[in-house]
Design a protein around this ligand. Structure first.
Ligand SMILES: CC(C)(COP(=O)(O)OP(=O)(O)OC[C@H]1O[C@@H](n2cnc3c(N)ncnc32)[C@H](O)[C@@H]1OP(=O)(O)O)[C@@H](O)C(=O)NCCC(=O)NCCS
Length: 176
């Protein structure tokens, strides 16, 4: 698997993949489904505190999933929020791809912690974060507005230390 940033040139393929996976994604995620929404989405992830990464097969370049690191906060927090969606599911691609995203977040972005908010009924997503070494930190009623309502979410997170990553501290981390 390889990662690459989502780019404007991906529009046609991305919209095709979103249309082909509406059943898998509903009601958990809502990805851009029109050219206008796609362009807004790419523009959002061109900002420095947001990253959108495509998970691709190394040999063919086929896009099999998407993972975003949003709301990156530096300073004493060094935290980002993870979200993801498969375009090819049930083959282990997301486990490996999101694992790479975590290494990228900890080694290259030098974040300390990645969190993921997951609805209790989203069994596939809960299994994914458990496989990747996240720990459950808590439960927040009415945390996020998803599919037309404020939904309760479990809060999961993983730190660089939990995965044994030792990266140089980010320059914005205070000395003490
Ligand atoms: C959440 C989501 C990304 C998980 O994707 P996934 O396909 O289960 O994850 P993987 O690609 O790693 O596949 C792992 C599954 O494939 C199975 N599998 C089959 N063949 C495999 C192989 N050769 N190697 C590894 N796993 C294999 C695994 O057993 C596992 O199934 P299990 O969880 O039932 O045990 C996907 O369900 C999705 O896109 N959901 C909608 C969007 C969503 O919910 N996003 C998160 C919002 S919080």
């Amino acid at each position: 698997m390889v990662l690459r940033p989502l780019a404007r040139d991906d529009e046609d393929e991305f919209l095709r993949l979103v249309a082909a996976n509406t059943e898998l994604h509903h009601p958990w995620v809502s990805l851009p489904a029109t050219p206008e929404a796609f362009r807004d989405y790419v523009a959002r992830y061109e900002k420095p505190d947001e990253e959108s990464l495509l998970i691709c097969l190394r040999e063919t370049g086929e896009i099999v999933g998407l993972a975003n690191i949003s709301s990156i906060v530096r300073g004493r927090f060094q935290n980002g929020s993870l979200s993801y969606a498969a375009f090819t599911s049930g083959r282990g691609y997301m486990t490996e791809g999101v694992g790479l995203v975590l290494r990228y977040a900890f080694e290259k972005l030098r974040l300390h912690r990645i969190d993921a908010q997951i609805q209790p009924g989203n069994r596939a997503s809960l299994r994914l974060v458990e496989r990747l070494g996240f720990r459950k930190e808590g439960y927040s009623p009415e945390l996020l507005y998803i599919d037309g309502a404020w939904r309760d979410h479990e809060r999961w997170a993983v730190t660089a230390g939990m995965l044994g990553v030792e990266a140089k501290p980010h320059p914005t981390l205070p000395a003490h």
